[in-house]
Write a protein that binds this ligand. Structure first.
Ligand code: G4P
Length: 283
């Protein structure tokens, strides 16, 4: 299968990011903990140079925790501050405030030397579509915060959310599109649902996911669907169809329906916590 990214309003989004990045001290980059590298856009390092950087391993509830820790270490080694989060349930939010102060300590020190005291850190959330940016902003900001409205020196219409006296967050996240020439990256993005399913062949996609599962998580499908994991992924898909009574008229197996069901189980964590890429692949 050949994976292609869907065209979006890329130029507009990139321009918006370039404009906004000038206003901020800290880039909070969300990545999907199941594919921390494949869900990054390489442009962000260029866009965010000279800024403090924080990487959030979001959806960490869907990835294996030992790999979440390994990825956190991987990014820390590269000089990023890192926090594992579950934006949906609010996990990891408490430690973020401290990590932000720590990540911005050079800026705070610079301000202090210039006699500027208590100027809040300004942060922007960025990430690829569907990585959880809005969920994260809502979770971090909660109900307590008030939008601070327009400010002098800030492009008209921009809203800042005051998290506390130390941190302000731009309320619109920066959308980055993933970029890939490597088909493995495309495949992983398709696995987590970041490439529109309409342009994918769902049976082919599920066969590839089954191949991955058999290699890295053997036995999980057998247990979940009470089936035998066959050598051939399409045979396993038929087994899933049989086990889940996915049938078309005449009692024929409906493998397309089984594929959709399996892909949905996978993406929603019903097969357990699954990490799709590993730091050693990037060392
Ligand atoms: P975006 O702004 O970056 O495009 O992403 P958004 O916040 O809309 O989140 C995309 C989907 O990811 C949402 O699911 C959201 O609930 C889910 N999500 C965000 N953070 C987490 C997390 O840490 N863990 C898990 N498990 N899911 C997360 P949805 O299917 O669009 O909606 P719903 O399932 O919440 O109804």
């Amino acid at each position: 299968m050949h994976f292609q990214w869907y065209p979006g309003h890329m130029t507009k989004a990139k321009r918006m990011m370039q404009e906004n990045i000038k206003l901020i001290d800290l880039v909070i980059e969300l990545v999907d903990a199941r594919i921390p590298m494949s869900s990054r856009n390489p442009d962000i390092d260029e866009l965010g140079k000279n800024k403090a950087r924080l990487i959030l391993l979001n959806k960490s509830d869907l990835a294996e925790d030992r790999w979440n820790d390994a990825w956190a270490e991987f990014f820390k080694q590269k000089g990023y501050a890192v926090v594992k989060v579950n934006s949906k349930k609010g996990g990891g939010m408490k430690s973020i405030q401290n990590v932000i102060q720590e990540a911005c300590k050079e800026k705070i020190e610079r301000d202090r030397k210039r006699g500027i005291l208590n100027r809040p850190v300004r942060a922007m959330v960025v990430g690829i579509p569907n990585v959880g940016k809005s969920t994260f902003i809502n979770s971090l900001a909660g109900k307590a915060c008030a939008k601070t409205g327009n400010k002098p020196g800030v492009t008209k219409g921009k809203q800042w959310i005051r998290l506390n006296k130390n941190v302000e967050l731009l309320d619109t996240p920066g959308i980055l599109w993933p970029k890939f020439e490597d088909q493995m990256v495309g495949q992983r993005l398709a696995f987590i649902g970041s490439i529109k399913d309409e342009i994918l062949n769902i049976e082919e996609l599920s066969a590839e996911m089954i191949t991955f599962m058999r290699e890295y998580y053997p036995g999980v499908l057998a247990e979940k669907y009470a089936i035998t994991e066959e050598e051939d992924s399409y045979a396993t898909l038929s087994e899933i169809a049989r086990s889940r009574h996915c049938l078309v008229r005449g009692n024929e197996l409906d493998t397309e329906k089984a594929a959709a069901l399996f892909v949905d189980d996978f993406r929603n964590g019903r097969l357990g916590r699954i990490t799709l890429e590993f730091p050693e692949q990037y060392c």
